[in-house]
Structure formats: C-alpha cells, structure tokens
Design a protein around this ligand. Structure first.
Ligand SMILES: NC(=O)C1=CN([C@@H]2O[C@H](COP(=O)(O)OP(=O)(O)OC[C@H]3O[C@@H](n4cnc5c(N)ncnc54)[C@H](OP(=O)(O)O)[C@@H]3O)[C@@H](O)[C@H]2O)C=CC1
Ligand SMILES: O=C1O[C@H](COP(=O)(O)O)[C@@H](O)[C@H](O)[C@H]1O
Length: 480
C-alpha cells in the first residue's frame, strides 16, 4: 500500500539533496512505489524559478542514476510532483508564506526532511510549529551528525522534542538503509549457526572499515568543522558496531531493536585522558595518487583552513564492557582519500586450541557492504594432491548473484519510504545518539589536549602508519 504525503526537503539545493535524495525519490517514483498524490517541495534560500530547479535536479539525477534507469518519461512524471520554494528557513516570517503555499489540509501527512546544517534544526522546528506545520500528522527527518558534541546534541534533541513527539522524529543514518547492513541482522538472527560462537570465547577481534577514495569534494566548510570522527565514526561506524554486538531483539520492531543497540553504546568502555593517545589514531591526507590521478593535500581543498587540524582519518580500538564481549577489541577505522573504496566488517575467530598443521590460520567472516555486497567465510581446507597442504578457501555468498533482481536499492530509497510509511526501525532514537556522543566526547576532548595535530598520510594509502601500529601492538593486522 502506498501512502500519500507532502515531502519538504529543506536544503533542497545542497549536495545531499541533489546527489542522494532527489535520485532516490526519482527511483521510488519510477518503480511505482510513491502514491500518486505524493508532492515534493525543495526549499533553500537561492532564488530559482521552478523550471530552473527542475533543470538543476534533472542534471544531477541523470548524473547519479545508472543510464538505463533514467527515462525521460519517468522523469517528466516525477517532475510533476516536484516544486521549489525559495525561503530563508531561519526566518520565522517566511513560514507563514510557506504554509500558504502548501494549503490548509491539516490531515495531510507532512514530512519535513532537514538536509541542512544542524544549527538550523532548532529554528526550523520552532518555525514549523509557529506556522502550524508541526501538527500530529507531521514528521521530521534529521540528518547526521546530530550536533557537534554531546552538549549540542542534547540541546538539539531537547528543542526538537518540544515540537515533535519522539515517534515522529526520524534521525537518519543512511548506513542502516544499506541492504548488507540489514543482512547482518538476518545473518545473526535468522541462522542458528553463528549464535554459539558470536562471543568473546570464540572471537579474537572485530574490524569495521569504511574507506573512501573521495576527498572532501565541495563540502570543505562543513567538513573542516566536523572531521572523520563526527562525520562518520560517531554515527555510521558506531551503528555498525551496534549491529554486530547487540543481543537479539525480542521482536523486529523499532523499540526492541533500538533498546538493544543503546545497551551496546552504553557498554562501550570510555576512552579518555592518556588512553586517547594509546587507543586512537588521527590522520590527515596529503597530496598523492588515487586511482592513478594526482590529488592535492587536504589543506589545499576549497573552504578548508590551510593550517587545518581536522582529521580525515580516524582509527579507534573500542571495547564493550559486557559479558558477551569483554576483552574483545573492536577496531574501527574510516578515512578519505584511501587506497580503494570499501566498507567491510571482519570478524576474526580465535585459533584452534591445538595446532595439527603448519599452515593454520584463524577463520574469518568478512561482511562486505560496498562496493560488492557479499558475505564470505574464510576456512582452511586441504589442497588437492599428496600430503596435508592446507590453504585458505572462501565460502562465498554474493548477494547480488543470489538475488538476481534488476537493481539494488540505494539506502536513501529504503529510508525515505520508511519515513513515508511511518516505520522508524532503521532510524536512531534520541538516547542512542546521546549515548554515542557520550562515548565520543572524551576522545574529542583528549585530542584537543594532547593530540592536536593529525598524522599526515599520502592520499592513496590506508591511513597513517600509526594505524597499523595500533593493531600490531596487540598482535593483530588490518584485513586484508
Ligand atoms: N552531502 C552528503 O553526502 C551528506 C550530508 N549529510 C548531512 O546533510 C546535511 C546537509 O549536507 P549537504 O547537503 O552536504 O550541505 P550543503 O552545504 O551542500 O547544503 C546545505 C543546503 O542548505 C541550504 N541552506 C543553508 N542555509 C539555509 C537557510 N538559512 N534557509 C534555507 N536553506 C538553507 C543551502 O542552500 P542555500 O545556501 O541556497 O540556502 C543548501 O541547499 C548536513 O547536516 C550533513 O552533515 C549527511 C550524510 C551525507
Ligand atoms: O555520511 C556520510 O557518508 C558519506 C559516505 O557514504 P557512502 O554511502 O558513500 O559510504 C561520506 O562521504 C560523507 O562524508 C558523510 O557525511
């Protein structure tokens, strides 16, 4: 069943809206998943006529979606849903104009998607309320990062909570919309095989890597105030960690899943004071080569301070202080301008208790989120022929091949549809966001105290040398 609504995209001319949201909405339209009555209104300060915005959106959409998926006819149908409204969302008076533009149907579901910087979240929510646009049928979608620190996140959550009840707040983390991330839950909770070994007694360590080849592109002014910790680790990587480490929820619904995730975040062992230098690594990319192309150093990027101390790479050794995970290192790393784009979770099992063969290696479960979506179990097997020569082999589940559907959904498609349908299972609850900041804040403070300068690394490698040493000190290696 498709649901009707008005989808308002604040920040409609921004990078996120043009690269992700509009293409995702186009795909939903093309695949017949939007109710005929869904209207989309993009909003930003820039003065553009509707036709100009449509041309801008079409240009970006064409560039983002696969050639075979962009059909002129489908676009024309989609464009009929799409409108543009120029306004300064920090100005209360502008919302009276907006309410008039939308018309007075109070029963209509309105989804307010805030694809803007977080400092606009509170004024926009208040202005929506004053203009009568935040009634019982209204939902608000907040982009990550929610705030800049625990204090600012608490303030944003409190302010939004005065206008929107928690079930109507959708804090989006697009990693939760990725197919393989959801598959992680299927793997863990729909297969009996893994549960007995999914614990400290059998697992040596866990690695979560989100490596990008892109630099900061045209987002320098945002990124230089954020850095890899706030942009990626505080949200995407911690959400992945939660899905690996959480207990089975009693039901697959929003409250039960989020109750379990928040317990993991609350059990993260604090990293503060001198531990910050021992358990974290910050890096910043210098000039180098990525994919055969010369690229410039971070501090030469547009809108980046040329004496910037912002990290474009972070690695952390986290631990979860609970019965299941006590003593198991969870190594998290993410960075820009790394050797190749990949996001993966690697679970390394403990070695066999007694070695019989020379070549034995630990078993590994490698869950690849992108660019391929695959799950592979690395085992030891006897190589054909005389003698007991062992070699590692992979039991490989390629999800794209296993489910031969025409196209894999983008995370934003899934999540936008969930908001329209009112399902918040794959969104972050207020206490989750706050628990994540509670753990991250002392690390950020520690960096200010003793670790101001990130270590340089040349573009095109997997971060600074210190990141290798972080694991080496504990007898581990990054995979592969
Ligand atoms: N880009 C991405 O890939 C991702 C971004 N995010 C998050 O999404 C949010 C937006 O990011 P991004 O799109 O990159 O940012 P951009 O800077 O590209 O876009 C910001 C948008 O907000 C608009 N805007 C700014 N001030 C106002 C105002 N006072 N009133 C109305 N509109 C305003 C801008 O248009 P104008 O100046 O014309 O008003 C523009 O459309 C951020 O919170 C970011 O962290 C999250 C995940 C990924
Ligand atoms: O949220 C963000 O994610 C993107 C990476 O997303 P992916 O789906 O391409 O892995 C990152 O580039 C951006 O800096 C960050 O804000």
């Amino acid at each position: 069943m498709a649901f009707s609504c008005d989808m308002l995209v604040f920040g409609g001319t921004g990078d996120l809206a043009l690269h992700k949201l509009i293409p995702a909405l186009y795909h939903l339209h093309r695949d017949g998943r939007l109710h005929a009555d869904v209207r989309i209104l993009a909003l930003a300060r820039r003065h553009l006529a509707r036709e100009q915005y449509l041309a801008l959106a079409e240009r970006h959409c064409r560039a983002q979606v696969a050639r075979a998926d962009f059909q002129k006819e489908a676009w024309q149908g989609f464009a009929q849903r799409l409108d543009y409204f120029a306004m300064d969302a920090s100005q209360r008076g502008e919302f009276t104009r907006l309410a008039r533009h939308l018309g007075g149907d109070r029963e209509r579901v309105r989804v307010h998607y805030l694809a803007t910087a977080p400092d606009l979240f509170e004024p926009i929510a208040n202005n929506l309320h004053t203009a009568g646009l935040a009634g019982e049928q209204a939902r608000i979608v907040l982009e990550k990062p929610i705030g800049h620190s625990l204090e600012s996140a608490l303030a944003i959550n409190a302010a939004i909570g005065l206008v929107f009840a928690e079930p109507r707040i959708y804090r989006i983390d697009h990693y939760l919309g990725k197919e393989t991330v959801q598959n992680l839950m299927a793997l863990r909770f729909a297969n009996a095989l893994f549960e007995p070994v999914w614990r400290a007694g059998h697992i040596e360590h866990v690695q979560i890597t989100v490596a990008e080849t892109l630099g900061v592109e045209n987002r320098g002014s945002y990124y230089d105030n954020a850095g890899a910790m706030r942009d990626m680790l505080q949200n995407h990587l911690l959400q992945l960690l939660c899905l690996v480490a959480m207990e089975a929820p009693v039901r697959f619904d929003a409250e039960a899943v989020r109750n379990e995730k928040v317990k993991v975040l609350e059990a993260l062992k604090p990293i503060a004071g001198l531990d910050v230098q021992d358990k974290t690594v910050r890096g910043q990319y210098g000039a180098g080569k990525v994919g055969g192309q010369d690229v410039q150093a971070y501090y030469f990027e547009k809108n980046v301070d040329n004496d910037s101390d912002t990290e474009t790479f972070v690695a952390v050794q986290a631990e979860i202080d609970n019965w299941r995970w006590a003593g198991v290192p969870f190594y998290l790393r993410t960075g820009k301008r790394m050797a190749r784009k990949r996001s993966e979770i690697v679970i390394t099992f403990k070695p066999v208790p007694h070695l019989l063969f020379e070549e034995e290696q630990c078993n590994r479960l490698v869950i690849s989120l992108q660019p391929e979506e695959s799950i592979s179990l690395h085992l030891m097997a006897k190589a054909p022929g005389k003698g007991m020569q062992l070699e590692p082999v992979e039991l490989d589940l390629n999800l794209a091949k296993a489910f031969r559907q025409a196209r894999r959904w983008d995370a934003y498609e899934r999540l936008l549809l969930d908001v329209i349908e009112g399902d918040s299972t794959l969104f972050m609850r207020r206490d989750e966001v706050e628990a994540a900041w509670r753990w991250v804040d002392p690390i950020l403070k520690g960096w200010q105290g003793h670790y101001r300068k990130p270590r340089p690394y040349p573009s095109g490698v997997d971060g600074p040398e210190l990141a290798r040493q972080l694991l080496d000190r504990r007898g581990h290696d990054w995979w592969p």
